[in-house]
Design a binder for this molecule. Structure first.
Ligand code: 3HC
Length: 692
């Protein structure tokens, strides 16, 4: 068995070194060996104090998440930590990098803490559907107060080394030489009685301020089970003796490990890492091209947002628009954004000025000549985009990557306007580009592997979840959205109201329902998409979008769409115009409206998407079911605690999905519902999309 913890001696100081790459997670082996080393050091009369430190870039980043699906294995972390805390010799934690979850709890059980600058402290358990399970909710408030503990335990706040020092979470902060600093501190405190956090009282706090903030935090985390439980455990710290608080925390933690939400959130955690490791593997196979200068064509909201993303990542960007006025608008968007960041305290003035200066402006396409990558973000029209690409082909230097930000159009058709289709790729940013995490990287059949690898790598530099997808109508995200929109339209036709559909989708956990979303993005956009696409007879007949469009109801921007918007309000109110329009539509089509239950609304919206997702997999548009889940998690507000669309499909059971789809096929033969063979096969074989 490899050693994951070694015991060394620095004179009379015992140094316990954890070495469990990549993040020193507290696996069973680490816990066992830590316990052994502790016993040895504590029994050794020559040892006067102990230091616990880690090899590598980081201190312990938490319990080993891979073990959460297994039965609990001894020794359990709280027992190891109790041995440390109750030791009669002082124990110093020497921390660097990510001091997270069980890692922070380990540090809290030590008697002194010294950190290297750059260390970050957090209890991210709630983001995994858990609560801290080794004293985080009991020791942290004793050391730093209830208010700080609330931000960290419930809100998942990360704090810097400097702030940790101010808060008394650590005793010392050093710029370098962490281990030497820790040994020196151990020598200073050797012989003194250990300072045990468990023996401290929770500092006085104002319960009213505490509960006001707790309510605010919980409101931001709707649907999640762990945050209120974490809050309850934290409140016990102020009420119960330490051991009783610990017992309560542990009991809840153990129960949470097996909860559905915790399973779902673990799925997402590993899906995100799997995506990143596939991108890294591709980068190793295909040498990437350096991207140091980028040009963005089109200074609208999207182009300006992309330029902001680049500047935020420290990459110089040239924003090009042949219309002087449009360019000026882009310039004000850029300046306004950075000014706003300073006002909100997100950036200091010098940093904002540095980032603003990274963005240049030009009206001539010829200016793209120096760019390693050119991202086109002009009007969504094939002929216009082809014209831009024809010109870019003339001006771009050899080896430059040409990207289009189209959200629906055929990237191969755009590439065909150039003499270098192997260098052309899709980069589908989501609006607002400087905020949204998702980036669909659209690969055509001709694109060079190093172009794909380079753009995926750039996506990571921009802090995006960059997902490679094939070239098809709407790619992954919008293709799935289109089927949900179509089904939601049919639901209205059959008798549901926009409010009912939106309420059901919101209560599933989406931030908004399909009609609220359409009002936000614009009924005219949906109308334009319908014009550009071949529609089935049933879709053509369900022409509610055309009717709203004809009435000038374009959504929020025109003050009315599916809802009516009072001046300055973003939340719409029910509008008789729409209920009358629906009633008249049903009458003309000879449809007798029926009352549709919430379960049916939810299933109809989700199951058609699951079927379409199976189609995407079957067609090889994505490499893995996880990628579909990540697209909707990061771009469309799918609730993270439900694990993603296909994870949810597996939870519901694929046989249930198929049988419902077959039922609707029989009920609505004109809609052409066909269960995709992959989905049917998996359902028949008892298979799944996301498990094993
Ligand atoms: N357990 C097991 N594996 C972990 C892990 C953990 N806690 N944290 C990270 N890893 C693995 C990742 O899966 C990845 O593996 P791979 O290379 O095979 O894909 C590898 O470590 C590197 O991770 P990242 O790619 O995420 O590396 P980064 O440098 O980008 O980020 C990090 C490092 C900030 C530590 C990030 O991985 C992270 O946030 N990890 C989760 C931390 C966490 O949630 N800790 C709390 C766990 S719950 C707990 O401690 C319960 C306690 O209260 C009892």
């Amino acid at each position: 068995m490899n050693s994951t913890v070694v015991l060394r001696h620095e004179g009379e100081i015992a140094l316990l070194l954890i070495d469990n790459p990549p993040v020193n997670a507290l696996s069973r082996q680490v816990r066992e060996q830590l316990l052994e080393c502790l016993h040895a050091a504590l029994a050794d009369d020559a040892v006067t104090a102990l230091v616990i430190a880690c090899e590598g870039k980081t201190f312990v980043a938490g319990a080993d998440i891979k073990e959460f699906d297994l039965p609990l294995q001894p020794p359990q972390l709280p027992d190891v930590l109790a041995l440390i805390e109750n030791a009669t010799k002082p124990v110093v934690a020497a921390v660097q990098g990510s001091v997270l979850g069980g890692g922070l709890e380990l540090a809290l059980a030590c008697h002194r803490r010294i950190a290297e600058r750059g260390a970050r402290f957090a209890l991210p358990e709630v983001s995994l559907g858990l609560i801290p399970g080794a004293g985080g909710t009991q020791r942290l408030p004793r050391l730093c107060g209830m208010q700080v503990a609330l931000e960290m335990v419930v809100g998942g706040a990360r704090i810097s080394g400097e702030r940790a020092l101010q808060l008394g979470l650590i005793d010392r902060l050093v710029a370098d030489q962490l281990r030497a600093g820790a040994i020196a501190l151990a020598r200073e405190v050797a012989g003194q009685p250990p300072r045990r956090v468990r023996e401290q009282q929770v500092p006085e706090y104002d319960p009213a301020t505490f509960s006001e903030r707790a309510t605010q935090l919980l409101r931001k985390l709707p649907g999640q089970e762990a945050p209120p439980l974490a809050l309850e455990a934290l409140e016990q710290a102020a009420r119960l003796p330490f051991d009783a608080g610990m017992a309560h925390e542990r009991e809840v933690f153990i129960a949470r490990r097996q909860s559905r939400q915790a399973h779902a959130l673990r799925h997402v955690f590993f899906a995100e890492r799997d995506l990143a490791s596939r991108a890294r593997a591709l980068g190793k196979r295909a040498p990437t091209r350096p991207i140091e200068h980028v040009a963005v064509i089109g200074a609208g909201m999207m182009g300006s947002g992309i330029a902001l993303c680049l500047a935020n990542a420290g990459i110089p960007a040239l924003l090009v628009d042949t219309q002087e006025q449009a360019l000026q608008r882009g310039r004000s968007v850029v300046e306004g954004y950075f000014q706003g960041s300073v006002e909100k305290g997100k950036l200091d003035a010098a940093e904002a000025a540095r980032r603003t200066a990274l963005i240049g402006f030009a009206t001539s396409l010829e200016r793209v000549a120096d760019a390693d990558l050119i991202i086109e973000a002009v009007f969504e029209d094939l002929a216009i985009k082809q014209d831009v690409f024809r010109q870019l082909d003339q001006f771009a230097k050899p080896g430059a990557i040409l990207a289009t930000n189209t959200s629906y159009l055929d990237v191969t058709a755009i590439a065909s306007a150039t003499t270098r289709p192997g260098e052309v790729i899709g980069m589908h940013f989501f609006s607002p580009a400087q905020v949204m995490k998702l980036l669909e990287v659209v690969r055509t059949s001709q694109v060079a592997p190093e172009v794909l690898a380079s753009v995926l790598q750039l996506g990571a530099r921009l802090g995006k979840t960059a997902i490679a997808v094939g070239n098809c109508y709407g790619f992954v995200g919008n293709r799935l959205l289109a089927v949900r929109e179509r089904e939601a339209g049919f639901l209205l036709e059959e008798g549901a109201s926009p409010q009912e559909v939106d309420r059901v989708i919101r209560s599933f956990g989406f931030p908004m329902g399909p009609f609220e979303l359409r009002d936000l993005s614009g009924v005219d956009i949906a109308w334009r998409n319908r014009q550009a696409r071949e529609l089935s007879e049933a879709e053509r007949r369900c022409d509610l979008i055309e009717q709203l469009h004809a009435a000038g109801r374009l959504g929020q921007k025109s003050g009315a769409g599916y809802y009516r918007y009072e001046q300055g309000q973003r939340r719409g109110v029910e509008d008789e115009f729409v209920s009358d329009l629906l009633a008249e539509h049903r009458r003309r089509r000879g449809i007798t409206p029926r009352s549709i239950g919430d379960d049916e609304i939810l299933q109809r919206c989700l199951f058609v998407m699951i079927n379409e997702a199976a189609h995407l997999l079957e067609q090889g548009i994505v490499d893995s079911a996880n990628d579909i889940d990540l697209v909707w998690l990061h771009g469309y507000g799918f609730p993270r605690y439900r694990g993603g669309l296909l994870y949810h499909a597996d939870e519901v059971g694929l046989a249930t999905v198929v049988s419902a789809l077959d039922g609707w096929r029989a009920a609505f033969p004109e809609r052409g519902i066909e269960v995709v063979p992959l989905l049917r096969r998996l359902a028949e074989q008892g298979g799944s999309f996301t498990r094993g």
